[in-house]
Ligand binder design. Structure first.
Ligand SMILES: Cc1cc2nc3c(=O)[nH]c(=O)nc-3n(C[C@H](O)[C@H](O)[C@H](O)COP(=O)(O)OP(=O)(O)OC[C@H]3O[C@@H](n4cnc5c(N)ncnc54)[C@H](O)[C@@H]3O)c2cc1C
Length: 264
């Protein structure tokens, strides 16, 4: 059973994000990075399936700068078998389509039965890449899964999705793509031996030419969506505290709602 997990390195959740001066990216000064939390569910599920089946390989794949190696090593430390790092300067201004195109070409080079993605990356939040890869590869996909079961022969899988007020149970043939939602599992932590072993595990580096893609296929001109500007949300005005005894305060509240907030 060969399983691939596409992971993205994202700013840590506690990071204070502000736009960069050019308004086209975030200011990355002093940020610390983690594996996108939804992708960690994918890595954990892949490891559990491999343990359940008793054989197979878990490959983690990421597109990103040299720093991305840290995220890939984190996944190797918890138990993934090998990593593929795709880096190329031409990819710096890609959109979800370019990301999906490059990942789909890379994934086609492997013979994967199951491919996991996070349901969304917590920085850009598009929630699009996994589904776009499924479309580009012509594979079935199940989005936002919170339970996964492999059938006895490993030819189909049953996944649950939480929908409004109910749980949807979907059976699909394999190979297939799944995007992971948070209740799927409890990701494990890396052990010290795991961290040591990760340094010896294979990490393949591919550029666009290794994937027979060009800068024209994957540059800003090929993107379908362009970011026009990144801005901070407007600063919220401070709340108003109404002083005085209750009848006075209620009268003042009603006046403010009528005259200032104009809610009636
Ligand atoms: C300098 C800069 C310029 C940019 N310009 C643009 C632009 O002009 N237009 C635009 O639309 N976007 C732009 N982006 C955003 C960037 O292209 C997005 O990161 C990308 O589109 C993926 O979207 P997302 O992170 O929201 O993914 P989602 O669709 O939310 O991610 C879902 C899942 O896909 C997988 N995934 C996502 N990214 C990767 C990855 N890199 N490697 C492996 N797996 C991955 C993960 O499993 C993830 O959980 C820019 C980013 C930077 C840093």
């Amino acid at each position: 059973m060969n399983i691939a997990v596409c992971i993205k390195q994202v700013p840590a959740t506690e990071s204070k994000i502000k736009p960069a001066e050019d308004g086209l990216d975030i200011d990355r000064t002093g940020l610390s990075y983690v594996v996108n939390p939804y992708d960690e569910f994918g890595v954990e599920e892949a490891l559990k399936i491999k343990e359940q089946v008793g054989e197979g390989k878990v490959t983690v794949i990421s597109i990103g700068s040299d720093k991305t190696v840290e995220a890939l090593r984190t996944c190797l430390a918890v138990g993934a078998d090998e990593a593929i790092h795709i880096k190329d300067d031409a990819l710096a201004k890609g959109d979800t389509y370019i990301t999906a195109l490059v990942l789909s070409v890379a994934l086609k080079k492997g013979d994967y039965d199951i491919i996991f993605f996070g349901r969304q990356a917590i920085d850009d939040d598009s929630g699009a890449v996994g589904i776009q890869v499924a479309e580009l590869m012509g594979l079935p996909h199940v989005a936002g899964i919170n339970k996964f079961d492999l059938n006895a022969e490993g030819r189909t899988a049953i996944a649950n999705r939480q929908i409004e007020g109910a749980s949807e149970i979907v059976e699909t043939s394999l190979p297939a793509i799944f995007t992971c939602q948070k209740e799927l599992n409890e990701p494990r932590y890396a052990s010290l031996p795991g961290i040591m072993k990760a340094r010896q595990k294979p990490m393949t580096v591919w550029s666009l030419s290794d994937l027979e893609l060009t800068a024209e296929d994957c540059g800003a001109e090929a993107a379908k969506v362009a970011i026009e500007k990144i801005t901070s949300p407007p600063v919220r005005e401070a709340g108003k505290k109404i002083e005085g005894d209750v009848p006075q305060a209620v009268a003042e509240l009603v006046r403010l709602l009528r005259e200032e907030a104009k809610v009636f």
